[in-house]
Design a protein around this ligand. Structure first.
Ligand code: GTP
Ligand code: MG
Length: 265
């Protein structure tokens, strides 16, 4: 068979299922650590239930995805072993081809986290196509609420484990307990859930920020004010309606463009 014929024949197999995301809708990619229960509890040593070093690796990975994948990520969010990246309706990266987006984001996240950890770690990735800003806000409210519930359960579970209960006993003791009963259990054990850091209860975010900086005019050497865009970490996210307002303001804000990529950390 001639090469051109072989190429055409095989491309048909390769491209038979190559869907694109709908045009004009927001996209959220959610990446989740693969088998991170084993990674955090058996293969490596991390503080339970939350380890600032682990969380730092997640934030580094999130920033890497926002800065280095050739895609315009409007907002990045992380809690536990997951990250969510928001793309605007106008995002054209990789022609909105889903298999490109999924594989590149999962590959980049796995590579970055692996370098942070110094051992192999991998992420899966899914893409949600969200039709409106309201649904986008609901999505991030959902992940933050999920973080809150998981944090309450995880603090209770590890308090019981530290007090000598087996995994089975701790799980059974928490079954059916109301939210306020879990808060009381923690309080009796010396933990005021109100004082637990916000990044554990609500997750943390990374977003773009524009700042004025003094620079030099390359032709005249004169000092001038320039607008530079950089990443900012938000580790004290607001709760409930205030979080919705924060997201709305951030997503609808027009980001001034800048040629330089600077990270504000
Ligand atoms: N020790 C520790 N564990 C963490 C931390 N953050 C997340 N994890 C663990 O990461 C795991 C995330 O759970 P899942 O994503 O549901 O489970 P998984 O084992 O990753 O399984 P798959 O996602 O289905 O592959 C849980 O076991 C969490 O306890 C942390 O800061 N410290
Ligand atoms: Mg996981």
């Amino acid at each position: 068979m001639k090469f051109d014929d072989l190429e055409a024949k095989m491309r048909a197999y390769e491209n038979v299922d190559d869907p694109c995301a709908l045009p004009g809708v927001y996209l959220v990619a959610r990446l989740d650590g693969r088998s991170f229960t084993r990674l955090t509890k058996e293969l490596h040593t991390f503080e339970t239930p939350f380890d600032p070093r682990f969380h730092g690796y997640m934030l580094n990975t999130l920033e890497h995805l926002m800065e280095s994948c050739g895609l315009k990520v409007i907002y990045g969010y992380t809690q536990s072993d997951e990250m969510s990246l928001l793309f605007g309706p106008e995002e054209r990266g990789f022609g909105r081809k889903l298999r490109k987006l999924l594989s590149i984001l999962a590959g980049e996240a796995s590579a970055c986290f692996t370098l942070c950890l110094g051992a192999v770690a991998s992420f899966d990735c899914r893409v949600l196509q969200l039709p409106s800003l309201d649904v986008v806000i609901d999505y991030f409210r959902w992940r933050a609420e999920d973080a809150h519930r998981n944090a309450l359960n995880a603090h209770c579970y590890w308090l019981l484990r530290r007090n000598g209960k087996t995994s089975r006993e701790a799980t059974a003791a928490l079954r059916g307990l109301t939210r306020s009963a879990k808060n009381e259990l923690l309080f009796a054990g010396g933990i005021n859930f109100n004082d637990v850091p916000a990044w554990q209860k609500r997750g943390a975010a990374v977003h773009w920020e524009s700042r004025e900086q003094t620079g030099a005019n390359p032709l005249t050497g004169e000092s001038v004010l320039v607008l530079r865009r950089g990443l900012k970490r938000a580790v004290e996210l607001p709760a409930k309606e205030a979080y919705s307002a924060f997201l709305k303001e951030l997503i609808t804000r027009e980001f001034p463009r800048s040629s330089s990529r600077v990270s504000w950390r």
